[in-house]
Design a protein around this ligand. Structure first.
Ligand SMILES: NC(=O)C1=CN([C@@H]2O[C@H](COP(=O)(O)OP(=O)(O)OC[C@H]3O[C@@H](n4cnc5c(N)ncnc54)[C@H](O)[C@@H]3O)[C@@H](O)[C@H]2O)C=CC1
Ligand SMILES: C[N+](C)(C)CC(=O)CC(=O)[O-]
Length: 473
């Protein structure tokens, strides 16, 4: 198992920590902020609910996260050391001198700097490369690499292993490639708001209702090639090139950061989004990104291709035998006027599988008589193939979640030829039958359930799990 040292565990360092941890690396964090541990655990919780959803295969078991007050301890044995301290050159120099003094000779030392060049970072003898990521680091694949060619090549291999897309910048330049573009858009945005043309909310709508949707899948130049119509890029440039010299942009002119401008922008931003706590906003952003990236995965476009390439190198988990919870013939009485097993009995069969699984974890007749049990609170059935009277029906049960009061199961119903005839995803809550309210299971039941959950944790999320009615594909 490889180790990454995260030096500076704020917004970006926390994202790097999550990216490495969820890809099976151990992570050591060095950050003097007493709140760093809490902040990283919150970022990690959001990463855990989003990153695995990109894949149809399980990520490796999570690495161990530790916090260190001593730089030497944090970087010892690390294969990757990522500095993500605030964007102040003198601070970066001080930190890189400390890293350099203790880092293993073969470790990649990356800096998350948004704008400094390697020649500036290394002016006092450090050997860092720029490894500039994008927020949220655990979901967005791009990392701009700038600096020594050998280290960038070594870094590229390691980044691909954790599902990222290294883009090596040919020549060092202030703010690399992507931040030059972002700065230009931000600068124009500040002018438009300062000049009273639009609010922060209107500006954001102008992006997300239009060209923002295009950019995730084709970028700028492929999009503009299409905009040139059949005549293509030359025609596009002839038509719109001259506009660059018209007063369409403020070019390099930067608005002065007066208190008035800062208050204007911050006030509008509060009015636009202040009703949502930051972690809720992050979850909304992550859910949207996962949905878009999964759509791109289908076409192989952009970031979707990166997910597919990463999935291909993820280890295939060892075979786990799922418990067989039902094995019986389909009775004649379960069939209907269509000559096959009626839909109601798929639920009945899956209820039998749930009952058997409850017995397997110790929630048996005695346990129920003593006042504990599980209630089903939700089922999702997918009918995939017909079953007929007399067919041998087999059901296996996979635990998706088994903790606290919650038991989330996935039953697969197989027909006589081993064909998948249906899946039933079912959510149950543990109940106190006397109080008629939810309660925690006994320690013995919780332990049994946890051991099934741990055994099934390495399995891929079953195809069809989490689907809603009418979802395609
Ligand atoms: N926030 C963003 O959108 C992006 C930021 N970056 C770059 O990442 C770097 C970090 O930025 P953020 O994470 O946004 O800042 P941040 O302010 O969220 O985090 C900085 C962290 O560094 C810690 N720190 C301060 N002094 C330290 C020291 N001497 N040793 C160890 N840790 C120390 C702070 O306690 C804090 O947790 C900057 O270079 C920035 O340009 C890169 C991509 C995106
Ligand atoms: C604003 N920023 C310069 C810190 C942005 C970045 O560096 C990249 C990003 O995630 O937008």
């Amino acid at each position: 198992m490889k180790t990454a040292a995260i030096i500076g565990g704020g917004v970006i360092g926390g994202g790097w920590a999550a990216r490495f941890l969820l890809n099976g690396w151990n992570v050591r964090v060095f950050d003097p902020d007493p709140d760093a541990e809490r902040k990283i655990s919150e970022v990690l919780a959001n990463a855990r609910r989003s990153l695995p959803s990109l894949y149809d295969k399980a990520l490796p078991p999570e690495g161990a996260l530790t916090f260190h007050a001593d730089m030497a301890e944090a970087v010892a044995d690390a294969a990757w050391i990522q500095e993500s301290v605030p964007e102040r050159l003198e601070l970066k120099h001080k930190i890189h001198a400390q890293i350099q003094a203790h880092a293993p000779a073969d470790a990649v030392i990356g800096s998350s700097t948004s704008g400094f060049k390697p020649s500036e970072l290394n002016a006092e003898g450090a050997r860092a490369v720029v490894a500039h990521p994008f927020n949220p680091v655990y979901l967005l694949p791009l990392v701009e690499l700038v600096g020594d060619a050998g280290t960038c090549a070594q870094a590229s291999d390691l980044l691909r292993d954790v599902g990222m897309y290294p883009l090596t910048v040919r020549k060092e330049i202030d703010a690399h490639i992507a931040d030059r573009l972002l700065e230009a858009v931000w600068r124009e945005g500040l002018w438009l708001i300062k000049d009273g043309i639009c609010t922060t909310e209107e500006l954001d709508e102008s992006i997300r209702m239009g060209f923002g949707l295009r950019w995730a899948q084709m970028g700028l130049f492929e999009t503009y090639r299409i905009a040139g119509g059949e005549a293509g890029m030359k025609h596009f440039m002839a038509q719109f090139g001259p506009a660059l010299e018209w007063p369409w942009t403020k070019l390099m002119d930067v608005p002065e950061f007066t208190d008035e401008l800062v208050d204007l922008i911050a006030g509008q931003s509060d009015a636009q989004s202040g009703h949502m706590p930051i972690r809720d906003l992050e979850r909304l952003r992550d859910d949207n990104l996962v949905g878009m990236m999964r759509a791109l995965k289908k076409s192989g476009s952009g970031a979707g291709g990166v997910i597919t390439a990463h999935e291909a190198i993820l280890p295939t988990p060892e075979a786990v035998d799922l418990p067989v919870t039902v094995s019986r013939p389909v009775p004649q009485s379960w069939t209907d006027y269509n000559g096959h097993m009626n839909e109601a009995h798929y639920t009945e069969a899956s209820a039998q599988a749930t009952d058997r699984f409850m017995e397997l974890i110790g929630c048996d007749a005695d346990y129920i008589a003593a006042g504990g049990s599980y209630f089903t609170v939700e089922n999702h059935v997918r009918f995939l193939d017909e079953l007929h009277a007399g067919d041998a029906l087999t059901i296996t049960t996979q635990v998706l979640t088994g903790e606290g009061k919650k038991m989330h199961l996935f039953h697969r119903l197989f027909g006589p030829e081993g064909q998948l005839a249906a899946t039933v995803e079912t959510l149950l809550l543990h109940m106190d039958l006397n109080a008629r309210g939810t309660s925690l299971p006994s320690d013995a039941v919780a332990d049994q359930l946890a051991s099934y959950a741990a055994a099934h944790a390495g399995l891929p999320l079953p195809e069809g799990a989490g689907r809603h009615v009418g979802q395609r594909g």
